[in-house]
Ligand binder design. Structure first.
Ligand SMILES: Nc1ncnc2c1ncn2[C@@H]1O[C@H](COP(=O)(O)OP(=O)(O)OP(=O)(O)O)[C@@H](O)[C@H]1O
Ligand SMILES: [Mg+2]
Length: 275
């Protein structure tokens, strides 16, 4: 499959002083499912923002679909064929749903993308109904997005991203804050989308889902570099790597009257990591 995203020595600093990414070399091919894992502040969201052409490298180069991604093309008010092509192809679900939601009803929120693509009112209505059915949010249709619960908001954001039928989905912590049933449902949805040939890139803290939603895992270190880029199965089984990246930790706790040492995935309950 062709390489669709190619980062060459990409570094990024916010305001020129807060380092977020350091010398990232990464290629993603069409149809791949990749997870970005790493502790808070390691740079996962920044990396997704670069890949979505929302941020542009401070140094290094980012190529998407074979073209150099330049700020001038994405920022300018002038028409750009490549920008239109890119925005049709790639959809982003933000870590914070409130950043993404802006319409007065859920229907309008999901209809926004298809309308931008020039679909007719009837086509848009049909598409929105379809996506709401798929995401199981039809009953929220007339609700104001800002009045929804966190999990409902997340579902509306995912529905908006899917409404334009993008080839590439970038999702920042999509399972965070969702109840276990909804998490499982979402994992199954990603699996289906993957089988349908979509490229899916997910930043997550949820080590338990990594193997289910991706074949490949990229580990970001606290120094904002890539620490590993291997099969998801390999990464999740590598206890030393997870300890070094601060993604799991040793923890003493009590079983009956006996204290035992356990390894904990950083953000999970009391579950034993493989190793
Ligand atoms: N708007 C900003 N201004 C200044 N620094 C920022 C900004 N956004 C992020 N940073 C810094 O960039 C680094 C990477 O942040 P980023 O949000 O990409 O991390 P992350 O891996 O997504 O973290 P989390 O797991 O908490 O979501 C952090 O050190 C953070 O403090
Ligand atoms: Mg983040």
């Amino acid at each position: 499959m062709p390489i669709i995203f190619d980062l060459k020595d990409v570094s990024y600093s916010y305001l020129g002083k807060f380092e977020a990414l350091k010398e990232i070399n990464l290629q993603i091919s069409q149809g791949e499912q990749v997870s970005f894992i790493g502790t808070n502040g390691s740079g996962k969201s920044t990396l997704l923002s670069i890949i979505d052409a929302l941020l542009f490298p401070t140094s290094g180069e980012f190529f998407a679909f074979g073209k150099l991604v330049e700020e001038a093309v994405f920022d300018s008010l002038a028409e750009s064929e490549f920008r239109t092509f890119f925005r049709k192809k790639v959809a982003f679900v933000f870590q914070n749903s409130d950043v993404q939601l802006f319409s007065s009803t859920v229907f309008d929120e999901i209809a926004f993308g298809p309308l931008q693509l020039g679909m007719t009112q009837e086509e848009v209505a049909e598409r929105v109904e379809d996506v709401m059915g798929l995401i199981e949010i039809s009953k929220l249709k007339d609700r104001a997005p800002h009045t929804l619960s966190g999990g409902e908001k997340k579902k509306v954001c995912i529905a908006s991203a899917l409404a334009t039928n993008p080839d590439v989905l970038l999702l920042d912590e999509p399972t965070a804050g969702l109840d276990p049933r909804t998490q499982l449902w979402l994992i199954e949805l990603f699996q289906e989308l993957g089988k349908a040939g979509k490229t899916i890139v997910i930043a997550t803290h949820d080590l338990d889902t990594v193997e289910h939603i991706s074949k490949r895992a990229v580990v970001m270190g606290e120094d904002h570099t890539i620490k590993a880029d291997r099969s998801a199965c390999d990464v999740i089984g590598d206890l030393d790597l997870l300890l070094a990246a601060n993604l799991t930790h040793k923890h003493m706790h009590r079983h009956g009257s006996v204290y035992q040492e356990h390894y904990h995935p950083q953000y999970q309950g009391h579950k034993r990591a493989k190793g």
